[in-house]
Design a protein around this ligand. Structure first.
Ligand code: 2BA
Length: 94
């Protein structure tokens, strides 16, 4: 199994969760804050079997786009989603 940690721009969070949920994926939503911009984003924990990882990535990609924001005088591009995909030893639901 894999644990996908997805850091999502807040603009896209609702649509991503709706899409994942309607495709029978379970998510945990955590409120988070970017260390650089110090603005709110959302971290989703998504535990899935290995063969479903690509489908989850596809669903997230469908809803998220990068965007340009000003940081002082500098324009920076913030990713719609940043994903970390970790091997998970086991998952237990008690
Ligand atoms: P923030 O840390 O607030 O970063 C927002 C955007 O600012 C980044 O977009 C990037 O374009 C820029 N940025 C970040 N650190 C920078 C630096 N040291 N110098 C110049 N520009 C910098 P993204 O890379 O798409 O990241 C969006 C959010 O995803 C981040 O918000 C952070 O919450 C998370 N994130 C991205 N990469 C990460 C990583 N390697 N580890 C942990 N969290 C990460």
């Amino acid at each position: 199994m894999k644990l996908i940690i997805a850091i999502i721009e807040n603009d896209f969070t609702s649509k991503v969760i709706k899409s994942l949920t309607s495709n029978k994926y379970r998510t945990t939503k955590l409120s988070s804050t970017g260390g650089f911009l110090k603005s709110g984003n959302t971290t989703l924990l998504i535990g899935v079997e290995d063969h479903k990882v690509d489908d989850v990535i596809r669903l997230i990609e469908e809803e998220c786009k990068d965007k340009k924001v000003m940081n002082g005088k500098d324009e920076i591009t913030v990713g719609g989603a940043n994903l970390f995909i970790l091997d998970m030893d086991s998952f237990k639901r008690i």
